[in-house]
Each structure stands twice: as structure tokens, then as C-alpha cells.
Ligand binder design. Structure first.
Ligand SMILES: [Zn+2]
Length: 164
């Protein structure tokens, strides 16, 4: 019964343990505040720091800041109510459960879908390549627009036609 606080640094090996290959390195600080009551535990997870992945734009390595706060309730019970997602049920033989699994999942949830360098900080060679791609696209769009313009008949000409 009572409050317990735990703190960890989540090292790169932490993610390796879960066979995660996306997180190349991590510099994360995790805290769990555990409140133990008679029949349940309340756990508040706080994760802060940064992870290194590959940039979605240039493929070079990039650090992204992440931050997460999650709460779970673990109830000591031999019955399970699967309709409640927020509560984890532990039967009396599993008083120990894997906090690492939660730290891992919550960290991953906090990593944004798109991980890119700040504007102008991508690998220059890749940046040049993408700029060219973009230019090509703009060129194509312009051409398409010109075609559209040709199809467009100025209403004033329409009016003139009627005068004939
Ligand atoms: Zn990049």
C-alpha cells in the first residue's frame, strides 16, 4: 500500500530488447508513479526525451523530441472484464507484470508518424534531389494549368459571338 516512484533511463538497448529497428538510439527518461491500493494499482507513466530514427525525407539520421504521459489501472482480480480497456486485470499469481512493455508501447505512441529534419537540415545531396523532383512537379502543374487556360473561353468573347 502507498506510493512508489520509479525512474529509468531508456537506453538504446531497451528498444533492441523489443526487436525494434526503427529506433536507432534513444535518450529518454521514464518515470512511473505507482499508487498501490488494496485491490488495485494506479500507474502514471511519464516519458520525456528524444529518439533517433531515419528521416522520412532524406534517409539520414534525425533526432525527434518526444513526450508522453499515460495512466493505467491494474486491478487485482481473478475475473477479467474485457469490455474495459483502461483496466488491466492481474490475478493473484501475477502481481509482477512487465512495466517495460508499457514503457515501450507508450514511447512508440509518442513518436510522430512523420519524422523529418527541420527545414534546410536534410542531407544536402538528398535535398537537391527532392528539390528537383519538386520543380518537375511544379513544371507539370504549370503545363496542366496552361492547357486549362486554353480551354477557358473568356465570357466577353462569348458575348461578342452573340452580337454577330
Ligand atoms: Zn532529412
Amino acid at each position: 500500500m502507498g506510493y512508489h516512484d520509479f525512474e529509468w533511463a531508456l537506453e538504446p538497448t531497451f528498444f533492441k530488447r523489443f526487436e525494434n529497428e526503427e529506433i536507432l538510439e534513444s535518450d529518454l527518461h521514464a518515470k512511473v508513479n505507482l499508487e498501490k491500493k488494496e485491490r488495485l494499482m494506479n500507474l502514471i507513466f511519464t516519458i520525456e526525451g528524444k529518439v533517433k530514427t531515419l528521416c522520412d525525407r532524406c534517409g539520414d539520421e534525425v533526432w525527434t523530441d518526444i513526450e508522453a504521459e499515460e495512466e493505467i489501472v491494474a486491478r487485482f482480480s481473478n475475473e477479467t472484464d474485457l469490455s474495459n480497456d483502461d483496466v488491466i486485470f492481474l490475478n493473484s499469481s501475477e502481481y509482477k507484470f512487465d512495466i517495460g512493455q508499457f514503457l515501450y508501447e507508450f514511447s512508440l505512441l509518442a513518436v510522430p508518424q512523420k519524422r523529418v529534419h527541420d527545414e534546410g537540415e536534410c542531407d544536402p545531396a538528398a535535398e537537391e534531389f527532392f528539390d528537383e523532383l519538386e520543380e518537375d512537379e511544379e513544371e507539370n502543374e504549370k503545363e496542366e494549368k496552361e492547357i486549362d487556360d486554353n480551354d477557358y473561353i473568356d465570357p466577353r468573347w462569348e458575348a461578342l459571338k452573340k452580337l454577330k
